[in-house]
Design a protein around this ligand. Structure first.
Ligand SMILES: *Cc1c(COP(=O)(O)O)cnc(C)c1O
Length: 397
């Protein structure tokens, strides 16, 4: 049984804040600063360039990848870290389209995160082979999977509403018609149990600064099913994905397996921060995290519905088809969120009208949920969000 009091004690959260935004940027785990400091002083400072070998920096993308892989059911040696999620989406999609050269349709849904769609649009333009991005409503995905589809590219949990796709059923349907499947696990990894092997997905990608608490801009991950990893063509054929980077050949030859999805020099400091942040998962059972998330989410929804009639539930009511966030709708959602943040409750806002609250049992319990409900009720009851300060928009919303 996971000890959530112990996991809570492993985060450095400001005392005057209730943090319901771990779905966007996970908080700083204790131990990360010391680890990064040690890598700075001992490895970069002390070993200098020798650290690539002596501290085994060179293998870090795969080593940390294995730790992330364990959280998504991926076998050792099938996940590698690097770059940003946008880049990993591009790599996975390019490799997928290559596997199905006679088809032209990329199927995605309107709940996908825009960068995934943008990367697909950019890839289509670069390939210039007549591919088309077909975007359907999330509920229409299953019916839209037919034998014209080359790749099904979806995010399991909708970043706005928290609606969760049936990864196994969609993957099975896609593979049955010969389409390749790419799952974006940005709102799944560290949020709920995932098993890429049981679902038999082809590619999975995700970021690590949300539920995995790796820090702002921490490296992304990519999983390629071992049955494909030696055959896929890397579109971003950088030297770190070469079979022999230090042979300095003029010609690219892909490395064996997942290593070919590396591109350039790995961000060692960011990987060190992420590696330290991942320690917490060694003492956590993902099934316990899921159960706690569902209980806290139900408590939150019940409290809001009882006390905040102005707010409408935007997430599925059924926990089984919801990720680890609760979203509420209000036409003045932006101003309301600003007013909440001014009172120490941090969630976030997604245009046009969604207030998002991440439910992260590693450091959020019933007391924080109840306090959050109190703050939301006080702000909506008195319309105290209705002032110019709350409507002012920063560069990041
Ligand atoms: C957060 C998120 C991203 C962000 O991509 P970056 O390249 O890391 O900025 C992409 N896709 C999804 C589905 C996300 O939720």
């Amino acid at each position: 049984m996971t000890d959530f009091a112990a996991t809570r004690a492993r985060f450095d959260l400001p005392g005057d804040v209730i943090y319901l935004d771990g779905n966007s940027l996970g908080p700083l785990p204790r131990g990360v600063a010391a680890r990064v400091q040690a890598v700075l002083a001992d490895e970069w400072g002390g070993l200098l360039i020798r650290a690539w070998n002596d501290a085994d920096w060179i293998a870090m993308p795969g080593r940390v990848g294995d730790r992330v892989g364990r959280l998504i059911g991926a076998p050792s040696g099938s996940v590698v870290m690097g770059d940003t999620l946008s880049v990993k989406v591009y790599q996975a999609l390019a490799a997928a389209l290559d596997l199905v050269p006679d088809r032209r349709v990329i199927l995605s849904d309107s709940g996908n995160f825009p960068t995934d769609l943008y990367m697909a649009q950019g890839l289509i333009a670069s390939l210039d082979r007549g591919h088309a991005l077909r975007i359907v409503a999330p509920e229409a995905v299953m019916a839209a999977i037919d034998d014209s589809v080359a790749a099904v590219m979806l995010t399991e949990v909708d970043y706005r509403t928290g609606r969760r796709h049936d990864m196994r059923a969609i993957t099975a349907r896609a593979r049955a018609v010969g389409a390749v499947v790419i799952w974006d696990l940005a709102h799944s990894a560290g949020a709920l149990p995932v098993d890429v092997v049981v679902a038999d997905v082809d590619f999975a990608v995700g970021c690590t600064y949300k539920y995995l608490n790796g820090g702002p801009g921490s490296p992304a991950f990519i999983y390629v099913a071992p049955r494909l990893a030696d055959h896929v063509r890397p579109a971003l054929s950088g030297w770190m994905g070469h079979e022999a980077p230090f042979a300095f050949d003029s010609d690219y030859r892909p490395a064996r397996g997942i290593e070919r999805m590396r591109v350039g020099t790995p961000p060692i400091l960011a990987l060190a921060a992420l590696d330290a942040a991942l320690d917490i998962w060694d003492s956590v059972d993902m099934a316990d995290v899921r159960a706690a998330s569902l209980a806290l989410s139900a408590r939150f929804i019940a409290g809001i519905e009882a006390r905040c009639p102005d707010l409408a539930l935007a997430s599925p009511r059924d926990g089984a088809i919801r990720g680890s966030q609760v979203s509420l709708r209000h036409a003045e959602g932006y101003a309301i969120m600003q007013a909440l943040i001014a009172r120490g409750l941090i969630g976030d806002f997604r245009a046009p009208d969604i207030l998002r609250f991440g439910i992260t049992p590693l450091y959020i319990g019933a007391a924080e949920i109840d306090a959050a409900i109190d703050i939301i009720a006080s702000v909506t009851d008195g319309r105290s969000w209705d002032d110019p300060a709350s409507r002012r928009r920063g560069a990041v919303t």
